[in-house]
Design a protein around this ligand. Structure first.
Ligand SMILES: O=C(O)CCC(=O)C(=O)O
Ligand SMILES: [Fe+2]
Length: 343
């Protein structure tokens, strides 16, 4: 099965809990997750004002001088929160991505036991000292997180399963929101915005401000995700691919070189750190499971540690270690399947 465009699904009936219309939406979501792994979501009910306020906050944050941004450098954090300067994240192998970012996640109190116990992804955010930043960013996070929960339940139902099959694992998950800024820099025209990859979580809900995102189909052709105002781009991540034994696909995507300024805001919806994710028996046929199991948080941390230079330094010094059985980068998704079968 291949595809040449990204479907758009109006989820109004799902969000409104319309008992009749929601079933059609669920079936459409399931079909898109199987056949494409990417979909544009409209009718999601997120207030355009919340997005406008997030975009404004992000622009004001990135417009600050480097030394102000570096006060909340991600490398100051033990739980992976804060500012990611250009060149910090080495995504596509040798070529650093041409972007800067600000990473936050579920904002737990400073006395959170997982944080105090050294969990590498859980704990408080590292908020900048910038008026009118934390409030709109947190509001957007909470609203999109709630939408994610509705969609997660819909995906379970689309598989003929109880709606809480995955959602029962969502309490305080390491679900990151990234504010990404791709600056305007014509001299960097030969560098990718973000190299090809799959996302490491359950699924991603992304809002961009401009085109540039591309996904690969089964034939290896890169397909544009057209920019649609007010739509969320939803893509299936590694964990749903593993749980469904490949029934859903984590489709590889990239951001092509951007000569214009662009922002994008992916919220990587996730399950709790300690959730064990392996192919569910109902999806495993005679051929057996196609994937080894992973712990949700370990998978995200292992992938993160292999792509952020501050974590590579901590690994090299022995300050931190990779989780057992860490997968190498980019071992899942359609691109990986084309070169080698999953294990
Ligand atoms: O900027 C985009 O549109 C994509 C970002 C992305 O794929 C990611 O952060 O994982
Ligand atoms: Fe991504």
């Amino acid at each position: 099965m291949t595809f040449n465009s990204i479907p758009t699904i109006d989820v109004t009936a799902l969000v409104a809990e319309d008992p009749v219309g929601r079933r059609d939406v669920i079936d459409e979501l399931g079909r898109a997750a199987r056949e494409v792994g990417f979909v544009q979501i409209v009718g999601h009910g997120i207030d355009p004002e919340s997005f406008a306020a997030l975009e404004d906050a992000a622009k004001r944050f990135f417009a600050q001088p480097d030394d102000a941004k570096m006060k909340v450098y991600i490398g100051n954090s033990t739980n992976h929160r804060g500012y990611v300067p250009a060149g910090e994240e080495v995504f596509a192998g040798a070529t650093p991505d041409h972007k800067e970012a600000y990473d936050l996640s579920i904002d737990l109190p400073a006395d959170d036991p997982d944080y105090l116990g050294g969990n590498p992804l859980l704990g408080p955010n590292q908020w900048p000292d910038l008026d009118g930043f934390a409030e709109p960013v947190s509001k957007y996070y909470d609203e999109v997180f709630s939408l994610g929960r509705v969609l997660l339940r819909a995906f379970a139902e689309s598989l003929g399963e109880p709606s809480d099959l995955f959602d029962r694992h969502v309490t305080t998950p390491p679900a990151q929101l990234r504010l990404i800024h791709y600056p305007h820099d014509p001299s960097a025209a030969d560098r990718p915005g973000i190299g090809a990859h799959t996302d490491y979580e359950v699924f991603t809900l992304l809002r961009p401000t401009a085109p540039g995102l591309e996904v690969v189909n089964a034939e290896g052709t890169w397909i544009d995700v057209p920019y649609t105002e007010d739509a969320f781009v939803l893509n299936i991540g590694d964990l749903l691919e593993i749980w469904t034994n490949g029934e859903f696909t984590a489709t590889s995507h990239r951001v092509r070189k951007v000569s214009h300024e662009r922002y994008s805001f992916p919220l990587f919806f996730n399950v709790d750190y300690n959730t064990w994710v392996e192919p569910l028996t109902q999806f495993v046929g005679a051929g057996g499971p196609r994937y080894d199991g992973v712990r949700a948080g370990d998978h995200l941390f292992a992938q993160t540690a292999q792509s952020f230079t501050y974590l590579q330094r901590r690994l090299a010094s022995g300050e931190i270690t990779l989780p057992d059985n860490a997968r190498p980068l980019y071992s899942l998704g359609r691109e990986a399947q084309r070169s080698a079968p999953a294990v």
